[in-house]
Design a protein around this ligand. Structure first.
Ligand code: AP5
Ligand code: MG
Ligand code: ZN
Length: 213
């Protein structure tokens, strides 16, 4: 199975598509954002450092981020493919990631790049709700749970991410445009562009075609 990155601005649907991809292909989803949020809720050392950056919508320092990715990719379950979401996020991380791949003898196969116009992203992010227990993502309009405010999967009460407010979102979009978007060119030979402004399942079918069986 392929070794892949999923890229795109905040709210593009990386996490939403990742849930489907990992279930269908049985590969690990490595989301640096999810790992940081878990660290914050468990009050670990990494969590304590990461919190103030995430709450402001800024990038967590590389010393922390690169270490957790390397540790995770060294795990044997990544041997048969993985989907990395939210890393690398700037050119420096991309270069450190290339070194890491060489060291771990891993070849990257595909970079999925989800595009959604920026004016639609704020709406998606402000209406997002997540399950604090199983991590599933919902939207109050576009992707409703069966029962309002309750996770379909595990029955927990849904919450809003602390960085999903108008102020922080604007900064996250700026950070993306300045630092992360240039990576699409860095990975141009591996990039597959996905129109993210379609139905979730239509997008997933498109992605399945490029990943293959
Ligand atoms: P991270 O968790 O990676 O957040 P992000 O990049 O801002 O992306 P999001 O998770 O907000 O969006 P998504 O694309 O996953 O969208 P989703 O599928 O949920 O990072 C958070 C923070 O952690 C960063 O700001 C930074 O501080 C830190 N961090 C993480 N990685 C780092 C790194 N490498 N270096 C340094 N710091 C790092 O969808 C959004 C909403 O839209 C949902 O409600 C969903 O239901 C809905 N939706 C999805 N698809 C559709 C569709 N097709 N149609 C309609 N609605 C849809
Ligand atoms: Mg996400
Ligand atoms: Zn749940």
């Amino acid at each position: 199975m392929k070794k892949m990155l999923i890229m795109g601005p905040p709210g593009a649907g990386k996490g939403t598509q990742a849930e489907k991809i990992i279930e269908y292909y049985g590969i690990p989803h490595i989301s640096t954002g999810d790992m940081f949020r878990a660290a914050i809720s468990n009050k670990t050392e990494v969590g304590l450092i990461a919190k103030k950056y995430i709450d402001a919508g800024n990038l967590v320092p590389d010393e922390v981020t690169v270490g957790i990715v390397k540790e995770r990719l060294s795990n044997p379950d990544c041997k048969n493919g993985f989907l990395l979401d939210g890393f690398p996020r700037d050119l420096k991380q991309a270069e450190m990631f290339s070194d890491m791949l060489k060291e771990l003898d891993i070849k990257l196969d595909l970079v999925l790049n989800i595009h959604v116009d920026s004016e639609k992203l704020i709406n998606r992010i402000i209406g997002r709700r997540i399950c604090p227990n199983c991590g599933r993502t919902y939207h109050i309009t576009y992707n409703k749970p069966l029962k309002e405010g309750i996770c379909d999967e595990c029955g927990s009460t849904l919450i809003q991410r602390k960085d999903d407010n108008v102020e922080t979102v604007k900064n996250r979009l700026d950070v993306y445009a300045q630092k992360t978007e240039p990576l699409i060119n860095y990975y141009k030979d591996l990039v597959y562009n996905v129109d993210g402004d379609r139905d979730v399942d239509v997008i997933f079918n498109d992605i399945k075609k490029v990943i293959g069986d």
